[in-house]
Design a protein around this ligand. Structure first.
Ligand SMILES: NC(=O)C1=CN([C@@H]2O[C@H](COP(=O)(O)OP(=O)(O)OC[C@H]3O[C@@H](n4cnc5c(N)ncnc54)[C@H](OP(=O)(O)O)[C@@H]3O)[C@@H](O)[C@H]2O)C=CC1
Ligand SMILES: CC(=O)N[C@@H](CCC(=O)OP(=O)(O)O)C(=O)O
Length: 351
């Protein structure tokens, strides 16, 4: 139902002093139907927003406070940009009347033993799991529209699944033979100080991490398996790239039957025709993180491999926009009946 009331939706952001929180505030400030009513943080609580993020000094927003100081029942929606674990603990305390758009990993995995294995703790809010909709907007609109809690996908799964789900569902590729070679800018690791993202250690270098052990592998597998109708493993290796934002995944796939790379491109073009945020790279061009920077777009390219029977699918997003805050706003728009593009229609920032 379109939102025709003209009434602003009161939103809160928990984790407002983090990177996803900051991009959420940046987008909310330009949204026609949002009123930023509460901002919560932890160590930065007590500060004006401009002290934490000077670039957000132009936004009309309240100061950051501790989550327990906010009257959440006075709000309509809460965006949550907290570390996993902390997210479920705080979300479980929010009143039922508030819709929640979570950017953490806490409500993405449906299987609690898989969650415990990959996140190192038992899930403590399982009563909320069943009703949580997986927030890959283009593939789960009806559930997102009806949900009280939406679990936005991880940034790597977003780029990967947008490229591969239609191909797996149409059985154009062999779901059991997928290799995802992924690259991310350092903002993907969040704003807290970590040695591997220090300029002196991440700059001018390129390194893989979490080989055969990244927690986005089971998330990708959950969704690919659903589309394939069978449990599959996906080979997934992330790399840290010395740029601030942007993410690109190169997916190596085996073609099913006598299908060609052109068939894959045609299937993706058909599946995403009319989608405002997912586009195929024009023939002869290659996706680059620079072509989606700062935007909610996902740009996908499909190429025939030199090896017969194989193809290469490249997908790129901005990890902080389509990979988190932008997709969160896209889901909010569905949940509250706004145009899906409201607040997130800006074009990429280039160069
Ligand atoms: N960065 C990215 O590209 C993406 C991140 N995500 C996920 O989104 C979530 C947020 O990520 P990101 O913004 O990068 O993280 P940051 O590290 O940049 O920010 C974390 C935020 O959580 C707050 N916080 C931390 N611990 C607590 C606590 N115990 N109680 C209350 N608040 C707390 C911090 O407050 P303070 O600073 O005041 O201490 C800060 O506002 C994570 O789950 C992340 O995995 C998902 C997709 C992409
Ligand atoms: C570069 C970098 O460190 N990126 C992060 C991905 C961030 C993300 O999407 O994390 P969640 O699944 O917790 O939301 C990582 O690999 O852990």
């Amino acid at each position: 139902m379109p939102n025709t009331t003209g009434k602003k939706i009161k939103i809160g952001v928990i984790g407002a002093s983090g990177y996803t929180g900051a991009d959420l505030i940046r987008l909310a400030a330009c949204h026609p139907g949002m009123e930023i009513s509460a901002l919560a943080a932890n160590t930065h609580a007590g500060k004006p927003l401009a002290d934490v993020f000077p670039h957000l000094g132009f936004v009309d927003a309240p100061p950051l406070v501790k989550a327990e100081e906010v009257d959440w029942s006075s709000l309509d929606a809460v965006f949550c940009g907290l570390p996993h674990g902390t997210a479920q603990d705080i979300i479980a305390t929010l009143p039922e009347s508030v819709k929640v758009i979570d950017m953490s990993a806490d409500f993405r995995l449906k299987d609690t033993s898989t969650y415990a294995k990959w996140y190192g703790r038992e899930h403590a809010a399982t009563h909320l799991l069943e009703g949580a909709a997986y927030g890959l907007t283009e593939h789960n609109r009806e559930a997102i529209r009806a949900a009280r809690l939406v679990a936005c996908p991880g940034c790597y799964p977003t780029a990967t699944l947008l490229a591969l789900l239609p191909l797996v569902a149409a059985k154009l590729v062999d779901a059991s033979d997928i290799i995802v070679d992924a690259k991310s800018g350092v903002s993907g690791a969040g704003r807290s100080l970590k040695q591997n993202i220090l300029f002196s250690e991440a700059g001018e270098g390129l390194s893989p991490y979490a080989i055969a052990g990244h927690r986005h592998a089971p998330e990708i597998e959950q969704e690919i398996s659903k589309a394939a109708g069978a449990n599959v493993f996906v080979n997934f290796t992330p790399h840290l790239v010395p740029m601030s934002r942007g993410e690109l995944v190169t997916c190596y796939v085996r073609l099913a039957g006598s299908h060609t790379a052109a068939d894959l491109a045609a299937a993706l073009a058909e599946r995403y025709a009319g989608e405002p945020f997912v586009k195929l790279a024009p023939k002869g061009t290659l996706p680059s993180t620079q072509f989606v920077r700062g935007s909610n777009f996902c740009l996908i390219g499909v190429y025939a491999d030199r090896i017969p029977g194989r193809a290469i699918v490249v997908s790129t997003i901005d990890n902080l926009v389509k990979g988190s805050a932008g997709q969160a706003v896209q889901n909010f728009n569905l949940m509250f009946g706004f145009e899906e593009t409201a607040g997130i229609a800006q074009q990429p920032l280039f160069p």
